[in-house]
Design a protein around this ligand. Structure first.
Ligand code: WT7
Length: 635
């Protein structure tokens, strides 16, 4: 059985042991899983290359641990509950036995269509059960899944398919999201017209049933290919360090990177953190509202919960459809015990009024979770009082796509919570704060750049196809350490509070967006000469996107121009990256070496122009006054 920490003293002892003897600690955790062959060595690492290997020589298949392992005792236990976008539709339930059979059928179908160990399969789907089934089917046969959030555009999808050289795309016909039906297959068609020559097959799940085009010889229906297959499929034997999946995420350059996770370490760490952070007990109903297109969905809808033999819920819809009570209705209906969501959703629902949660019986909720961005005190208090009724501890979980699992989080019920604090490191996690000169800040009470000193099992191994980029992005700023890109504070108790990104990444509604990506997209507009994008505080989204744009001709209708900019950004990236504000300017503040001084733009975007700091090193200091003056004209 995985260790489940039950008291603060136990946490402190466990933490100390995990740091003193990490290999011993993680080996004890790993032993609770089913391995085809035991590892020879627990860990080999250096952060210079970087070269990180866990459970070396171990052989396993993660789906045997998610599924087969539970069949004896829990064949009839519900593994997955699926709740439709449309509340009048019945929900679906899959027992561990049924999920096992469906995953095996899909795995056999993939094999029949030529997918082999090591091949990459791209998923571009709404939150339907087939997404979970398909992902697990890939893992079953050793194919590497690359899930792309279904809100990305055809361009963005094509880039990701090409980068990973995917052999197959699995998609739906349409996505029913709130009151809208959004085309999915048509976007895949468009992406594949952009030269994704590696794709041989498109497997299409019928979701809404509206008409789509099927290309002969390439496109196949899920319902023709999958249900006819055998309900058993031997799992592929994987090396601990074989790739499990790629997940693309944004950084400070224009090109998203494919974060690589491997089988053994990811399995051990996601299961361990799931059990401890959510204090999952047998029989509990656990619901994470994230989309499987992001890491939260991978680790804490699919893998973590299923590894733990839990009942995990998948929700197709949106928080405000058909009304702002939907989340709470679903919690009441399924008697949800652990509820995990994002601050942006909490703020949006808080703005709709207290009467929504008040209508529903939320007494089943024992643990509340948040993830994705810093939560503000007002939202934390509302979540605590109106949803948890002061009875359900909030776990503010800090982690990243690259970390694979939760690194800093409260353990519910074990200690007194501090609003907005992610609190303490998980066992085995050694965070530290660095100053701008690259020195570790030893003082307890401090603020600095958040790094991790020692490897943990589910950490990033490489960025797909470009190992040097992985080294540069995460391991070169502070030699010998993993740099998170976040700033953090530590208080006198050693508790951490995450402040936010210190690089050119904006966190919009918990979605990570690179400013360079948005700039490249805006620059595709024919009248745009140059642009600079920064984040600014936004009441609901956490951060909004603010674009300063130099236009090649006089813009007479700013609102129309903004619409056009939105259209190009939607086309190049997707609607999530649309700037909330556009300000037309005649120049951008630049240093003598030609670098845009974003610090100044960030302040102007935030409306904080009283103290812009030193502008004397600028090539064009006069532009600052002009931008300040015309800020009121931003639309
Ligand atoms: C970035 C990672 C990991 C799941 C979803 C996002 C921010 C994440 C918190 C938190 C404050 C947080 C950080 C981090 N972040 N969780 N609890 N408090 N900030 O994954 O897209 O990889 O983004 O999200 O800035 O670096 P991601």
């Amino acid at each position: 059985m995985t260790l489940k920490i039950k008291s603060l003293t136990q946490y402190k002892n466990t933490y100390r042991e995990s740091v003193q003897k990490p290999e011993k600690f993680w080996a004890a955790q790993a032993r609770t899983f089913q391995w085809r062959k035991r590892w020879e060595k627990v860990l080999d690492w250096n952060f210079d290359e970087p070269d990180i290997k866990w459970f070396i020589g171990g052989k396993l298949n993660i789906t045997e641990n998610c599924l087969d392992r539970h069949l004896k005792k829990s064949r009839n236990k519900i593994a997955l509950i699926w709740e439709s976008n449309d509340p009048s539709q019945p929900h679906k339930e899959y027992t561990y036995g049924q999920l096992y059979e469906e995953v095996c059928q899909c795995a056999n179908a993939l094999k029949a269509m030529g997918i082999k160990k090591g091949d990459r399969v791209c998923f571009y789907m709404p939150m339907v059960p087939e997404l979970t089934i398909g992902v697990l089917a890939c893992a079953r046969i050793g194919a590497i899944h690359s899930v792309v959030f279904a809100g990305f555009s055809a361009n963005a999808l094509a880039d990701r398919i090409k980068d990973a050289q995917c052999k197959m795309v699995i998609c739906s016909d349409y996505n029913s999201r709130g009151a809208k039906n959004i085309p999915v297959k048509a976007v895949v068609d468009e992406a594949l017209r952009k030269g994704c020559r590696s794709v041989k097959t498109v497997l299409v799940q019928k979701n809404t049933g509206e008409s789509i085009r099927m290309k002969k010889g390439r496109d196949r229906w899920w319902h023709d290919e999958v249900p006819k297959r055998k309900k058993a499929c031997d799992a592929e034997e994987m090396d601990s360090e074989d790739l499990l999946f790629i997940l693309y995420t944004s950084g400070s350059t224009g090109k998203p990177k494919g974060v690589v996770h491997t089988c053994g370490g990811y399995m051990v760490y996601t299961a361990f953190t799931f059990k401890n952070v959510f204090q999952y007990e047998r029989g509990d109903i656990y619901w994470c509202t994230a989309d499987i297109g992001w890491i939260t969905g991978h680790s804490y809808i699919i893998y973590g919960p299923l590894l733990a033999g839990a009942t995990t819920m998948m929700f197709e819809g949106v928080p405000t459809y058909p009304n702002a009570g939907r989340f709470w209705h679903v919690c009441e209906k399924h008697r949800v015990n652990q509820f995990y969501t994002a601050p942006t959703a909490i703020r949006a629902l808080m703005a709709q009024g207290d009467e929504w949660p008040a209508h529903y019986d939320l007494s089943s909720i024992r643990v509340l979770g948040t993830v994705g961005e810093p939560i503000n005190e007002e939202a934390w208090n509302w979540y605590n009082e109106k949803i948890g009724k002061g009875q359900a501890p909030i776990v503010d979980t800090w982690w990243q796509t690259e970390t694979g699992g939760i690194l800093i989080s409260p353990l519910p019920g074990l200690h007194k919570l501090k609003p907005c604090y992610a609190m303490l490191p998980m066992p085995g996690i050694q965070p530290c704060l660095m100053d701008a000169n690259g020195k570790e800040i030893r003082k307890r009470e401090a603020e600095g750049l958040l790094c991790i000193k020692f490897p943990w099992p589910s950490m990033i191994r490489t960025t797909y196809g470009d190992h040097e980029r992985c080294r540069q992005t995460y391991f070169s700023t502070f030699p010998g350490m993993y740099f998170t890109g976040d700033g953090a504070k530590r208080d006198s108790d050693g508790a951490y509070r995450i402040i936010g990104r210190v690089d050119d990444v904006i966190n919009v509604s918990g979605h990570r967006i690179g400013t360079a990506e948005v700039e490249n997209a805006i620059n595709e507009h024919e009248d745009v000469i140059e642009s600079a994008v920064v984040g600014y505080p936004h009441r609901i989204k956490g951060q909004g996107i603010y674009g300063f744009v130099i236009a090649g001709k006089k813009i007479t209708n700013a609102a129309k121009f903004k619409k056009e900019v939105h259209a190009v950004v939607t086309k190049v990236i997707g609607p999530i990256a649309k700037p909330d504000k556009i300000q037309v300017v005649s120049g951008l503040p630049k240093t003598r070496s030609g670098k845009i001084m974003r610090r100044i733009l960030r302040k102007i975007a935030a409306g904080d122009t009283a103290n812009l700091g030193d502008t004397s090193t600028l090539l064009n200091p006069e532009i600052v006054e002009e931008i300040k003056k015309s800020a009121a004209q931003a639309v």
